[in-house]
Design a binder for this molecule. Structure first.
Ligand code: DN4
Ligand code: BGC
Ligand code: ZN
Length: 361
Protein backbone atom coordinates (compact mmCIF):
# COMPACT_ATOMS: atom_id res chain seq x y z
CA UNK A 1 0.00 0.00 0.00
CA UNK A 2 1.15 3.50 -0.81
CA UNK A 3 -0.50 6.88 -0.17
CA UNK A 4 -1.16 9.29 -3.04
CA UNK A 5 -2.86 12.70 -3.43
CA UNK A 6 -4.98 12.84 -6.55
CA UNK A 7 -8.38 12.49 -8.18
CA UNK A 8 -10.23 9.17 -8.03
CA UNK A 9 -13.51 7.70 -9.21
CA UNK A 10 -15.28 4.48 -8.30
CA UNK A 11 -15.42 2.64 -11.65
CA UNK A 12 -17.79 2.01 -13.31
CA UNK A 13 -20.20 3.80 -10.91
CA UNK A 14 -18.63 7.24 -11.37
CA UNK A 15 -18.23 10.43 -9.35
CA UNK A 16 -14.95 12.19 -8.64
CA UNK A 17 -13.10 12.99 -5.42
CA UNK A 18 -9.91 14.95 -4.86
CA UNK A 19 -7.95 13.80 -1.80
CA UNK A 20 -5.53 11.24 -0.34
CA UNK A 21 -5.91 7.63 -1.45
CA UNK A 22 -4.27 4.30 -0.63
CA UNK A 23 -3.17 2.59 -3.83
CA UNK A 24 -1.85 -0.89 -4.45
CA UNK A 25 -0.52 -1.30 -7.97
CA UNK A 26 2.36 1.06 -8.80
CA UNK A 27 5.24 -0.96 -10.21
CA UNK A 28 8.73 0.30 -10.99
CA UNK A 29 11.28 2.31 -9.05
CA UNK A 30 11.32 5.54 -11.07
CA UNK A 31 9.66 8.31 -9.05
CA UNK A 32 7.79 10.89 -11.09
CA UNK A 33 6.09 14.18 -10.43
CA UNK A 34 2.99 14.87 -12.52
CA UNK A 35 3.15 18.24 -14.29
CA UNK A 36 0.02 18.16 -16.49
CA UNK A 37 -2.80 15.73 -17.19
CA UNK A 38 -5.14 16.07 -20.17
CA UNK A 39 -8.85 15.53 -19.70
CA UNK A 40 -10.75 13.66 -22.40
CA UNK A 41 -14.16 12.14 -23.06
CA UNK A 42 -13.03 8.87 -21.43
CA UNK A 43 -12.36 10.66 -18.09
CA UNK A 44 -15.67 12.52 -18.29
CA UNK A 45 -17.52 9.34 -19.25
CA UNK A 46 -16.03 7.53 -16.25
CA UNK A 47 -17.00 10.33 -13.85
CA UNK A 48 -20.54 10.35 -15.31
CA UNK A 49 -20.73 6.55 -14.80
CA UNK A 50 -21.28 5.91 -18.53
CA UNK A 51 -18.29 3.63 -19.20
CA UNK A 52 -19.31 0.15 -18.11
CA UNK A 53 -15.97 -1.35 -19.23
CA UNK A 54 -14.00 0.74 -16.68
CA UNK A 55 -12.97 -1.00 -13.42
CA UNK A 56 -10.95 -0.36 -10.25
CA UNK A 57 -7.54 -2.00 -9.63
CA UNK A 58 -7.78 -5.27 -7.68
CA UNK A 59 -7.86 -4.55 -3.93
CA UNK A 60 -9.08 -0.94 -4.30
CA UNK A 61 -12.58 0.52 -4.11
CA UNK A 62 -11.61 3.32 -6.50
CA UNK A 63 -9.23 4.14 -9.34
CA UNK A 64 -7.01 7.19 -9.80
CA UNK A 65 -8.17 8.88 -13.02
CA UNK A 66 -6.05 10.12 -15.92
CA UNK A 67 -4.28 8.55 -18.86
CA UNK A 68 -2.91 11.63 -20.66
CA UNK A 69 0.10 12.91 -18.72
CA UNK A 70 3.39 14.72 -18.72
CA UNK A 71 5.69 13.86 -15.80
CA UNK A 72 9.10 14.91 -14.51
CA UNK A 73 11.66 12.46 -13.15
CA UNK A 74 12.24 13.05 -9.43
CA UNK A 75 14.35 9.92 -8.85
CA UNK A 76 15.49 7.78 -11.81
CA UNK A 77 15.85 4.68 -9.59
CA UNK A 78 17.53 1.89 -11.55
CA UNK A 79 17.00 3.58 -14.95
CA UNK A 80 20.08 3.81 -17.12
CA UNK A 81 18.63 6.28 -19.63
CA UNK A 82 16.63 8.73 -17.51
CA UNK A 83 17.99 11.48 -15.30
CA UNK A 84 16.51 13.65 -12.59
CA UNK A 85 14.59 16.52 -14.25
CA UNK A 86 13.87 14.69 -17.52
CA UNK A 87 10.34 15.04 -18.86
CA UNK A 88 8.48 11.83 -19.70
CA UNK A 89 5.13 10.65 -21.01
CA UNK A 90 3.78 7.42 -19.47
CA UNK A 91 2.24 4.76 -21.71
CA UNK A 92 -1.50 4.09 -21.14
CA UNK A 93 -1.80 0.37 -21.88
CA UNK A 94 -0.01 -2.29 -19.84
CA UNK A 95 0.37 -5.74 -21.42
CA UNK A 96 -1.50 -8.92 -20.62
CA UNK A 97 -0.25 -12.34 -21.79
CA UNK A 98 -1.55 -12.59 -25.38
CA UNK A 99 0.75 -12.82 -28.36
CA UNK A 100 0.34 -9.13 -29.29
CA UNK A 101 0.90 -7.94 -25.70
CA UNK A 102 4.07 -10.05 -25.51
CA UNK A 103 5.63 -8.13 -28.43
CA UNK A 104 4.81 -4.69 -26.99
CA UNK A 105 1.65 -4.30 -29.08
CA UNK A 106 -0.91 -4.23 -26.28
CA UNK A 107 -2.71 -1.66 -28.49
CA UNK A 108 -3.68 -4.74 -30.54
CA UNK A 109 -4.39 -6.95 -27.47
CA UNK A 110 -6.14 -10.10 -28.71
CA UNK A 111 -7.91 -11.23 -25.52
CA UNK A 112 -8.76 -7.97 -23.73
CA UNK A 113 -6.56 -8.84 -20.73
CA UNK A 114 -4.43 -5.70 -20.96
CA UNK A 115 -4.91 -2.88 -18.43
CA UNK A 116 -5.25 0.85 -19.09
CA UNK A 117 -3.94 3.43 -16.64
CA UNK A 118 -6.81 5.47 -15.25
CA UNK A 119 -9.41 3.37 -17.07
CA UNK A 120 -9.25 -0.40 -16.56
CA UNK A 121 -7.62 -1.91 -13.46
CA UNK A 122 -4.56 0.32 -13.17
CA UNK A 123 -4.29 3.65 -11.39
CA UNK A 124 -3.88 6.66 -13.66
CA UNK A 125 -1.80 9.81 -13.47
CA UNK A 126 -4.13 12.47 -12.00
CA UNK A 127 -2.04 12.65 -8.81
CA UNK A 128 0.97 14.54 -7.48
CA UNK A 129 3.49 11.71 -7.88
CA UNK A 130 3.65 8.14 -9.18
CA UNK A 131 6.12 5.33 -9.75
CA UNK A 132 6.73 3.59 -13.06
CA UNK A 133 9.34 1.53 -14.91
CA UNK A 134 11.48 2.52 -17.88
CA UNK A 135 9.61 0.17 -20.21
CA UNK A 136 6.48 2.33 -19.92
CA UNK A 137 8.03 5.80 -20.04
CA UNK A 138 8.84 7.81 -23.15
CA UNK A 139 11.39 10.58 -22.78
CA UNK A 140 10.46 14.01 -24.12
CA UNK A 141 13.45 14.94 -26.31
CA UNK A 142 13.37 18.65 -25.62
CA UNK A 143 12.53 20.48 -22.36
CA UNK A 144 11.06 23.38 -24.38
CA UNK A 145 8.12 21.08 -25.23
CA UNK A 146 6.90 21.29 -21.60
CA UNK A 147 3.87 23.46 -22.44
CA UNK A 148 2.41 21.10 -25.04
CA UNK A 149 3.98 17.64 -24.53
CA UNK A 150 0.80 16.62 -22.66
CA UNK A 151 -0.69 16.36 -26.18
CA UNK A 152 1.57 13.34 -26.83
CA UNK A 153 -1.03 10.83 -25.64
CA UNK A 154 -3.84 12.01 -27.95
CA UNK A 155 -1.31 12.38 -30.81
CA UNK A 156 0.00 8.84 -30.41
CA UNK A 157 -3.46 7.53 -31.42
CA UNK A 158 -3.11 9.42 -34.71
CA UNK A 159 0.40 8.03 -35.33
CA UNK A 160 -0.94 4.48 -34.98
CA UNK A 161 -3.88 5.26 -37.25
CA UNK A 162 -1.40 6.50 -39.87
CA UNK A 163 0.44 3.17 -39.59
CA UNK A 164 -2.85 1.33 -40.16
CA UNK A 165 -3.71 3.66 -43.06
CA UNK A 166 -0.28 2.89 -44.58
CA UNK A 167 -0.98 -0.84 -44.43
CA UNK A 168 -4.51 -0.87 -45.84
CA UNK A 169 -3.89 1.76 -48.51
CA UNK A 170 -1.46 -0.68 -50.14
CA UNK A 171 -4.31 -2.79 -51.47
CA UNK A 172 -4.31 -0.50 -54.51
CA UNK A 173 -2.13 2.36 -55.73
CA UNK A 174 -3.45 5.08 -53.45
CA UNK A 175 -0.92 7.86 -53.96
CA UNK A 176 -1.24 10.47 -56.71
CA UNK A 177 0.68 10.09 -60.02
CA UNK A 178 3.76 11.79 -58.58
CA UNK A 179 3.96 9.29 -55.66
CA UNK A 180 2.78 11.85 -53.06
CA UNK A 181 -0.78 12.34 -51.76
CA UNK A 182 -1.07 15.71 -53.51
CA UNK A 183 -4.61 16.24 -54.76
CA UNK A 184 -6.05 13.47 -52.57
CA UNK A 185 -8.84 14.56 -50.27
CA UNK A 186 -9.23 13.88 -46.55
CA UNK A 187 -12.20 14.88 -44.39
CA UNK A 188 -12.12 14.64 -40.61
CA UNK A 189 -15.50 14.59 -38.84
CA UNK A 190 -15.45 16.53 -35.54
CA UNK A 191 -13.62 19.60 -34.26
CA UNK A 192 -12.17 18.33 -30.96
CA UNK A 193 -8.47 17.74 -30.19
CA UNK A 194 -8.23 14.39 -31.97
CA UNK A 195 -9.90 15.84 -35.09
CA UNK A 196 -7.29 18.62 -35.24
CA UNK A 197 -4.38 16.22 -34.68
CA UNK A 198 -5.68 13.92 -37.44
CA UNK A 199 -6.33 16.76 -39.86
CA UNK A 200 -2.91 18.37 -39.26
CA UNK A 201 -1.25 14.98 -39.84
CA UNK A 202 -3.10 14.21 -43.09
CA UNK A 203 -2.45 17.74 -44.33
CA UNK A 204 1.28 17.21 -43.67
CA UNK A 205 1.10 14.13 -45.91
CA UNK A 206 -0.11 16.31 -48.77
CA UNK A 207 -3.86 15.69 -48.56
CA UNK A 208 -6.28 18.55 -49.19
CA UNK A 209 -7.87 18.35 -45.75
CA UNK A 210 -11.14 19.57 -44.24
CA UNK A 211 -12.52 19.29 -40.76
CA UNK A 212 -16.27 19.39 -40.40
CA UNK A 213 -19.03 19.69 -37.82
CA UNK A 214 -22.79 20.26 -37.82
CA UNK A 215 -22.45 23.83 -36.59
CA UNK A 216 -20.06 26.79 -37.04
CA UNK A 217 -16.94 26.98 -34.86
CA UNK A 218 -15.20 29.74 -32.88
CA UNK A 219 -12.35 32.01 -34.05
CA UNK A 220 -9.59 30.10 -32.24
CA UNK A 221 -10.48 26.96 -34.23
CA UNK A 222 -10.69 28.91 -37.51
CA UNK A 223 -7.26 30.46 -36.90
CA UNK A 224 -5.69 27.07 -36.19
CA UNK A 225 -7.30 25.75 -39.39
CA UNK A 226 -5.93 28.66 -41.39
CA UNK A 227 -2.41 28.21 -40.03
CA UNK A 228 -2.29 24.48 -40.75
CA UNK A 229 -3.97 24.85 -44.14
CA UNK A 230 -7.18 23.04 -43.17
CA UNK A 231 -10.59 23.93 -44.53
CA UNK A 232 -13.50 24.07 -42.07
CA UNK A 233 -16.97 23.12 -43.33
CA UNK A 234 -20.26 23.37 -41.42
CA UNK A 235 -21.83 20.41 -43.19
CA UNK A 236 -25.34 21.29 -41.93
CA UNK A 237 -25.35 24.13 -44.47
CA UNK A 238 -22.70 23.03 -46.97
CA UNK A 239 -22.52 19.39 -48.04
CA UNK A 240 -21.69 20.54 -51.60
CA UNK A 241 -17.98 20.85 -50.75
CA UNK A 242 -17.85 17.05 -50.57
CA UNK A 243 -19.64 16.35 -53.86
CA UNK A 244 -16.38 15.76 -55.71
CA UNK A 245 -15.63 12.80 -53.49
CA UNK A 246 -13.31 12.05 -50.58
CA UNK A 247 -10.38 9.60 -50.47
CA UNK A 248 -9.98 9.31 -46.70
CA UNK A 249 -12.64 10.00 -44.06
CA UNK A 250 -11.65 10.00 -40.39
CA UNK A 251 -14.49 9.98 -37.91
CA UNK A 252 -14.03 11.35 -34.38
CA UNK A 253 -17.76 11.84 -33.67
CA UNK A 254 -18.94 8.25 -33.23
CA UNK A 255 -22.26 9.26 -34.79
CA UNK A 256 -23.51 6.52 -37.17
CA UNK A 257 -25.79 8.82 -39.23
CA UNK A 258 -22.94 11.26 -39.88
CA UNK A 259 -20.47 8.46 -40.55
CA UNK A 260 -22.69 6.96 -43.28
CA UNK A 261 -23.43 10.38 -44.80
CA UNK A 262 -19.68 10.80 -45.37
CA UNK A 263 -19.16 7.13 -46.26
CA UNK A 264 -21.42 7.71 -49.28
CA UNK A 265 -18.95 10.36 -50.52
CA UNK A 266 -15.95 7.99 -50.64
CA UNK A 267 -14.14 7.65 -53.97
CA UNK A 268 -12.95 4.34 -55.46
CA UNK A 269 -10.39 2.67 -53.15
CA UNK A 270 -11.50 5.08 -50.40
CA UNK A 271 -10.68 4.45 -46.75
CA UNK A 272 -12.74 5.31 -43.69
CA UNK A 273 -11.02 5.31 -40.31
CA UNK A 274 -13.40 5.02 -37.37
CA UNK A 275 -12.00 6.42 -34.16
CA UNK A 276 -14.75 8.27 -32.27
CA UNK A 277 -16.89 6.28 -29.84
CA UNK A 278 -20.37 7.23 -28.70
CA UNK A 279 -22.43 4.35 -27.33
CA UNK A 280 -25.36 6.72 -26.81
CA UNK A 281 -25.59 7.89 -30.45
CA UNK A 282 -28.81 7.35 -32.42
CA UNK A 283 -28.78 4.31 -34.76
CA UNK A 284 -28.91 4.77 -38.53
CA UNK A 285 -29.98 2.53 -41.41
CA UNK A 286 -27.72 1.06 -44.06
CA UNK A 287 -29.18 -0.02 -47.43
CA UNK A 288 -28.25 -2.62 -50.04
CA UNK A 289 -27.00 0.27 -52.21
CA UNK A 290 -24.58 1.19 -49.42
CA UNK A 291 -23.23 -2.36 -49.37
CA UNK A 292 -22.91 -2.39 -53.20
CA UNK A 293 -21.02 0.90 -52.92
CA UNK A 294 -18.47 -0.69 -50.59
CA UNK A 295 -17.89 -3.65 -52.93
CA UNK A 296 -17.94 -1.88 -56.28
CA UNK A 297 -15.58 0.84 -55.06
CA UNK A 298 -13.15 -1.39 -53.09
CA UNK A 299 -13.81 0.61 -49.95
CA UNK A 300 -12.16 -0.10 -46.58
CA UNK A 301 -13.78 0.75 -43.25
CA UNK A 302 -11.60 0.14 -40.23
CA UNK A 303 -11.50 0.82 -36.50
CA UNK A 304 -8.33 1.85 -34.70
CA UNK A 305 -7.65 2.15 -30.97
CA UNK A 306 -4.73 3.20 -28.77
CA UNK A 307 -1.09 2.92 -29.95
CA UNK A 308 2.28 1.33 -29.19
CA UNK A 309 5.35 2.92 -27.57
CA UNK A 310 6.85 3.66 -31.00
CA UNK A 311 3.82 5.86 -31.76
CA UNK A 312 4.44 7.93 -28.61
CA UNK A 313 7.97 8.56 -29.93
CA UNK A 314 6.58 9.52 -33.35
CA UNK A 315 3.98 11.75 -31.64
CA UNK A 316 6.72 13.64 -29.81
CA UNK A 317 8.58 14.15 -33.10
CA UNK A 318 5.43 15.45 -34.75
CA UNK A 319 4.60 17.79 -31.86
CA UNK A 320 8.16 19.12 -31.86
CA UNK A 321 7.88 19.77 -35.62
CA UNK A 322 4.55 21.62 -35.22
CA UNK A 323 5.60 23.40 -32.02
CA UNK A 324 8.75 24.81 -33.63
CA UNK A 325 7.01 26.33 -36.66
CA UNK A 326 7.18 30.16 -36.73
CA UNK A 327 4.37 31.62 -34.57
CA UNK A 328 3.02 28.13 -34.11
CA UNK A 329 -0.52 28.02 -32.70
CA UNK A 330 -0.01 24.45 -31.43
CA UNK A 331 -0.40 25.54 -27.78
CA UNK A 332 -3.80 27.02 -28.68
CA UNK A 333 -5.18 23.48 -28.85
CA UNK A 334 -4.96 23.66 -25.04
CA UNK A 335 -7.81 26.06 -24.35
CA UNK A 336 -8.18 25.72 -20.56
CA UNK A 337 -6.00 24.99 -17.53
CA UNK A 338 -7.65 23.72 -14.34
CA UNK A 339 -6.55 23.22 -10.72
CA UNK A 340 -6.74 19.60 -9.51
CA UNK A 341 -9.34 20.60 -6.89
CA UNK A 342 -11.72 21.98 -9.54
CA UNK A 343 -13.97 19.03 -10.32
CA UNK A 344 -16.08 21.06 -12.79
CA UNK A 345 -13.51 20.03 -15.41
CA UNK A 346 -15.35 16.69 -15.57
CA UNK A 347 -18.88 18.04 -15.72
CA UNK A 348 -18.77 21.25 -17.76
CA UNK A 349 -17.52 21.83 -21.25
CA UNK A 350 -17.32 25.27 -22.77
CA UNK A 351 -18.01 25.30 -26.58
CA UNK A 352 -14.65 27.02 -27.14
CA UNK A 353 -12.81 24.18 -25.38
CA UNK A 354 -10.53 22.07 -27.55
CA UNK A 355 -8.34 20.38 -24.90
CA UNK A 356 -8.74 20.95 -21.15
CA UNK A 357 -5.66 20.25 -19.02
CA UNK A 358 -5.11 19.98 -15.24
CA UNK A 359 -1.92 21.63 -13.98
CA UNK A 360 -0.27 19.85 -11.03
CA UNK A 361 3.01 21.71 -10.36
P1 DN4 B 1 -14.21 15.33 -28.49
O1 DN4 B 1 -13.51 16.60 -28.19
O2 DN4 B 1 -15.43 15.01 -27.71
O3 DN4 B 1 -14.50 15.29 -30.05
C1 DN4 B 1 -15.63 14.77 -30.63
C2 DN4 B 1 -16.00 15.73 -31.73
O4 DN4 B 1 -17.04 15.17 -32.52
C3 DN4 B 1 -16.50 17.07 -31.18
O5 DN4 B 1 -15.88 18.10 -31.89
C4 DN4 B 1 -17.99 17.00 -31.49
O6 DN4 B 1 -18.55 18.27 -31.71
C5 DN4 B 1 -17.98 16.21 -32.75
N1 DN4 B 1 -19.27 15.64 -33.10
C6 DN4 B 1 -20.16 14.99 -32.30
N2 DN4 B 1 -21.24 14.63 -33.01
C7 DN4 B 1 -21.03 15.07 -34.28
C8 DN4 B 1 -21.76 14.99 -35.47
N3 DN4 B 1 -22.94 14.40 -35.52
N4 DN4 B 1 -21.24 15.53 -36.58
C9 DN4 B 1 -20.02 16.14 -36.54
N5 DN4 B 1 -19.28 16.22 -35.44
C10 DN4 B 1 -19.78 15.70 -34.33
O7 DN4 B 1 -13.22 14.10 -28.26
P2 DN4 B 1 -11.71 13.86 -28.72
O8 DN4 B 1 -11.34 14.73 -29.86
O9 DN4 B 1 -10.86 13.87 -27.50
O10 DN4 B 1 -11.82 12.35 -29.18
C11 DN4 B 1 -12.64 12.03 -30.29
C12 DN4 B 1 -13.27 10.69 -30.14
O11 DN4 B 1 -12.28 9.69 -30.21
C13 DN4 B 1 -14.01 10.43 -28.84
O12 DN4 B 1 -15.20 9.73 -29.15
C14 DN4 B 1 -13.11 9.51 -28.06
O13 DN4 B 1 -13.81 8.60 -27.26
C15 DN4 B 1 -12.42 8.77 -29.15
N6 DN4 B 1 -11.08 8.34 -28.77
C16 DN4 B 1 -10.67 7.12 -29.17
C17 DN4 B 1 -9.41 6.70 -28.82
C18 DN4 B 1 -8.90 5.39 -29.29
O14 DN4 B 1 -9.60 4.75 -30.10
C19 DN4 B 1 -8.57 7.52 -28.08
C20 DN4 B 1 -9.01 8.79 -27.72
C21 DN4 B 1 -10.28 9.19 -28.08
P3 DN4 B 1 -19.45 19.01 -30.58
O15 DN4 B 1 -20.58 18.07 -30.27
O16 DN4 B 1 -18.51 19.17 -29.41
O17 DN4 B 1 -19.84 20.26 -31.21
O18 DN4 B 1 -7.80 5.02 -28.86
C1 BGC C 1 -6.96 6.34 -24.90
C2 BGC C 1 -6.52 4.99 -25.38
C3 BGC C 1 -7.35 3.92 -24.71
C4 BGC C 1 -8.82 4.18 -24.95
C5 BGC C 1 -9.72 3.16 -24.29
C6 BGC C 1 -8.45 6.50 -25.05
O1 BGC C 1 -8.87 7.75 -24.52
O2 BGC C 1 -6.31 7.34 -25.65
O3 BGC C 1 -5.15 4.82 -25.09
O4 BGC C 1 -7.00 2.64 -25.21
O5 BGC C 1 -9.16 5.46 -24.45
O6 BGC C 1 -11.04 3.36 -24.64
ZN1 ZN D 1 -8.06 9.91 -23.76
Amino acid sequence: MQKTEGIATDAPKGGSTYGDFEIVDDQGDIELQTLFTGVCGTDRGMVAGHLQFAYNPKGQSNIILGHEALGKVIDPGSSTSLRKGDLVVPVVRRPGDCVNCRIGRQDNCSDGEKHEAGITGKNGFMRRTFYDSEEFLVKVPDLSMKDYAVLTEPTKNVMKALEVFGIVSKRSVFAAGDSTYRGKKCTVIGTGPEAFLYAMSFSDLGFTTHITNRHPVDDNRLKICEYFNLGFVDYSTDMGTFDQGIDVVVDTSGDPGTIFTFYRKLNNNGIMLLFGTNGKAQPTSVSGVDIDHMIERNLTILGTVDAAKIHYIQALEKLSQWGNLPNSPLKKLITSLYDPQDETVFTRRNPSEIKAVIRWD
